[in-house]
Structures are given as C-alpha cells and as structure tokens.
Ligand binder design. Sequence first.
Ligand code: GLA
Length: 668
Amino acid sequence: MQKLPFPQTHIFYGGDYNPEQWPESVWPDDMALMKQAGVNLVTLGVFSWAQLEPRPGVYTFEWMDKILSMLSENGIEICLATATASPPPWLAKHHPESLPVDADGITYWPGGRQAYCPHSVAYKESAAALVRQMAERYGRHPAVKIWHINNEYGCHTDECFCDVSAAAFREWLKKRYQTIEVLNHAWGTAFWSQRYGDWDEIHPPRRAPTFPNPTQNLDWRRFSSDSLLDLMNMEKAILRELTPNIPVTTNFLGFWKATDYWKFSQHEDVISMDAYPDPANVRLGAHVEAPLFSGGELALQSDLMRSLGNGAPWMLMEQAPTAVNWRNVNVPKGPGLMRLWSLQCVARGAGSIMFFQWRQSKAGAEKFHSGMVPHVGVENSRVWREISGLGAELKRLSPLLDAKIKAEVAIVFDWESWWALEIDSKPSMDVRQMEQVARHYAPLYLGNIAADFVRPGADLRGYKLVIVPNLYQVRGADAENLSRYVEQGGTLLMSFFSGITDENEHIWIGGYPAPFRKMLGLVVEEFVPGQENTVRFDTGEEFAADLWADVIHLEGAQALATFTGNFFAGAPAVTRHRYGEGNAFYIGTRLTAEAMSTLMKRVTDEVGIQPDLTVPAGVEVIYKGKYLCILNHLPEAVTVTVAGTDLLTGGPVNPVIEPLGARFVELA
Ligand code: GLA
C-alpha cells in the first residue's frame, strides 16, 4: 500500500484530549485555554471505546460529534484515535476467551487497560466494527488530519499464550516453514528429544521444566510482533477503504523490544513516538556509567524515529508536561527541561510536539500524571506558563520542517538479533542489546556527530562509517552486505559477539564470527565473559574492560589494543583490518565510556568526520539543512558564537546561551 503524504505548514502542538472524563461545562474552557496555549492538534478518543459503544453494537457518537465541532470551530485539528486500544468490560463478559493469558496460564482480567488477546476473533471483530463506524462517521470531517490507530501496541500485552494464540502460532509456523521437517531442522529438534511429528504437537513457549527451544522462542517473538502488526493492518485496511486520503500512524515506544518497528514503519504514513525519559536520571537510560547530560536517551530515540521515517518529520505523540505517575518515584521536569527536551525533538526531526495529556485527570490511575492544564489551574502555574510559552515559540520554528539532517554515520540495529541475543542460555546473560547500543551511541551523541539507524541489509553506500554494536544474529545476505560495504571502501566498527548465529539461531560454523572472519581478519577461539581486565592501546593509554573478552587470533588484522591480564594477556582486544578498499575495526570486550570515546574519535578522525563547531561538553549541536540547532543541557550559561539569524527571536544570535537554553540559527 502506498504511503500517504502528511503535508505540514507548521509544527503541530497539543496532546491527548480526553473530554469524556469531564462534564460538558468544562469543554468551552478547554477550547479557550487551548487557543491560549497555541494548541493546534489534539489526539481524541484513545480510550473512548466504552463511551462510544456502551453496549455491543450500540454506538453513542453524539458527544464526540459535539467535541469535533467545537474543536474545528476553534481552529484545532484532530488526530483521531480509532479507540480500539482498550476494549470495554462487556467484551470480556460476552467473550471471556478474548482475555490475554501469560506463559504460566494466568488470565489478565479487565480493570486496567489493553486486556485483549491479539488473536481473539471477538476482539478483532468488535474493533473492526468500531473502526468502520468511526471512519464512516468522521472520515469526511474537515478537521480530521490523521488517524491514530490503537495505542502503543504491545505496551502491556505483547503476547498471549492461550489456545487460540497457540493455533494462530501454528498457522504462522506453517506459512514460514511449509513442512514439519523444515521446522524440525530450523528448530534443531534433534536435541533433547524435541522432534515434532505433527503441527498440533507444537505449543507456544509456555512455562516449561527448563529452557524452551531457542528457535521456538525466537519464532514466538517474531510471531507476536507480526500479530500486533496484523492488528494494525486490519484497522488500516478499513481506514484506507473508507478514507483513502487520511494518513495513519500508530504511536511507537522508542526502542520497544516486543515490536519490530522496521516492519511496522513500512505500513505507516507518519512515524510517531511516545517518549518518557526519567527526569531523575538524565543519563543515557540507566545504561552508561558516564553521564550523558540530559537528553541522551531522547536523542537516541529521536534518531531511531527519524530513521524509521527516512528523514520525514515524525510526531512526538506523547510526552509528560512534567511528572508521570507510573514510576516508583515520579520526579517532575524542573523549570526549562520540558521546553529543552521538546526543542531537542524538533532539532532531531520532530514536526509535532504533543503531550499526554491535555487536562490532568481527576480520577483513575493517572490522576497524578501531569497534564498541560494541571490540577492547580492555569493561574500561577509554572507548568502552564511553560506549556503556553512553548506553544508560542514553536510557531517560529516551522522553517525547520523541510530541513533535513545529513548523517555520515549509520548504526546497525536489528530487532530479531536483539530478541535472539537476550534469549536464555548464552555465554553471558549480562550482554544486553540496548546497553551496548547506548555505549556505542554515547560518544557520537557527546561528540555531536549525527547518526542514523539502519537495518543490516540497508544500502550503506552514503555513509562514511557504519557501527555494528553486537549484531549477535545475522542472515547470510546481511553479513555479505556489511562485508561488501567494507570491501568497497567503507569503514566499519563492530563489537564482540556479532555474527554468531543465523536466522534459525544455528551457529555459523567456521570459527567465530564466521561470516565476518574475512572482513575482520581474525578468528575468536573462545569467549571469556564475566571477567575484569585492562586493555593497553598502541598509544600507551590503558583503560579498564569488563563483561566479556574474546580470545582473538589475528588473521591479517593488526592489534590496536591488547589485554593485560588473564590467561590471554597480550592477545588483541581491539583490532583494525584493511579489507578490500576499506577498513574494519573490532572491539572484543566491553570498554569504558572513556575508552569508547577515545576509540570513536580515532575512527571518526580517520574517516574525516568532525563536528563543525567546537562547543563545551553538554552542549548539543545539530545541523539541519541551513539551520543550526544548539541545545545547552548544562545548568550554567555557555558561550557559543555563530553568525546568523535566531529563528526564535528574529534577531542576531545571542552567543550567551542561558542554562537549558536553545538557539535555532539560520546560518548566514
Ligand atoms: C502511555 C499511554 C498514555 C498514558 C501515558 C502515561 O504513553 O499511551 O495513554 O498512559 O503512557 O505516561
């Protein structure tokens, strides 16, 4: 299905609007305040199913008609949810089999949200009927700008182990393998007497006495992600049929393990994301020991969204105005932080800045989650002042919508490899995909070097450097793609435990990492996880290394660093190999953040990638076409001199950037 354009002349600003939680008398007040705040788009109906269809087949759209009219009369456009994210309690009453069941056979009951099995016929039929009603009723409404399908697929229910799901799994497997013998081979069932004689002997990886078959596990993840995508496509097909000109999106959750967003993004017209970095921990997630200053996690997620959408403006569909409610301790965003993080998203390609939610709830589990309109009201509210201040500022940033970020670095990321890596029974379960990605991303982020995320099979020719953090599982064709990139003159940096298994989770035999052995010019004889060591570089610098060590034998590569301890002392830890016209670097251990920065600088210097502007650490710089975006994540003012026009003020650029301040410069 062809993608629809999402034309934008201005940045969208707004949030989830849940008017059904409030008496109608509040609605006019909402309209007035939205205008005051500069809101021009709201997401309506995300959790409205029970209000729209209080009894099966009985629809009550009158309240929604009214709110749509009010919004459009006030010049506010609508991101209209299909309202299928949380079925009303009657679905479970009439169809108890629609409830999700976990690996232990425990049923998850209604009373929270997202209590449905993705394979439930009753859920699918009821959801499809609702989507049809929504599209027929509102598909021609001039204020409906975009469809918001469901909400955060897989956020709470990303898999279901019930009998209906088991049957769906078998069908999925039949399509993938055609015959049981092919499945037996792929799953390696010659092991532990696991050979299957018939499809109906196969089950989801339910609680088992010990480790379930890893390929079964991996296929289960593929199947579960595909099932959620099928649900999205079921809704999309109805929407396309009835409203062929309204684009669709579903809101992503950053790097969400359950859902393969490379696949999902193919079916979306616009990429959108919900982002909730913890203001209490402004390091890059909880992963990296070196502080990354506020914004590291958001930068990482923003770059993924930009990459999923091939550089088109993406939507920040949700963020918290200040605190959330769902952590153990919910720290607010201090003065200026919401603005800075929002502007950071704009700099990194967002064309919409939206919140969860418009008016802070009075009841329910999220009543302590912040809203754009807080419980305290708008008078004397810091949050409201910041919300309305940002609304005004964003109006000045529309020129950024058409400007593109040009990255010279690509980071290879693959959901299937992530799943495979984190399935049990590995040399070390402490090797975690996102921790490794963060460690490779950190020096780029801190060094103000733009990076795209790519699939292992992507066309890499436009990149000066390709980084491959722990690509444990790799298809043969993808491994060839990476090797060819180097052979033809590219520079690639790969880290340990890459190229170990194929897509069936069978070891690539031929000396680790067999598919990359020639490219890297080395072979790994054995893995030594769980040890602490020191590596000495050829520059004389020494750094600590832990978590993992490869015992490496060189086959043409040169050692850039060697281990100083353990039985493999003196063996290579970091290597470089000239292969064809290009170079392949390899890191056979986990280096400290400092060592990673040093190494990354060496590699980026070698390929001639250098930030154009030198700024103090903690200041983020992004080039977006002819615009330069500068974000000061520090609690103190910094001085950065650039010539040009300040988009926010319309005047010359004040070089003294206030704490948590930002500049958007049209370069002279
Ligand atoms: C998610 C959901 C919202 C809301 C927020 C709270 O992003 O989509 O409905 O629950 O979390 O942070």
